[in-house]
Design a protein around this ligand. Sequence first.
Ligand code: SF4
Length: 63
Amino acid sequence: MRVSIDVDCCAGHGACVDTCPEVFVIGDDGYAEVILAEVPDALIDAARRAARECPTRAILTDG
Ligand code: SF4
């Protein structure tokens, strides 16, 4: 599964980093960045949860 951030939607509060820090970080600009665009199997559930729980729906997945 691949993930990306819609930077126009991200509010930068970091809930995704709390949920799945292996995949998401807050960058120098204060918004989320993906550091593992191709999510390994072991992290798919956490990455999906981060996407589901993102209050602005800024996390995009292909699976
Ligand atoms: S949870 Fe959503 S809005 Fe918040 S930092 Fe992560 S991507 Fe941005």
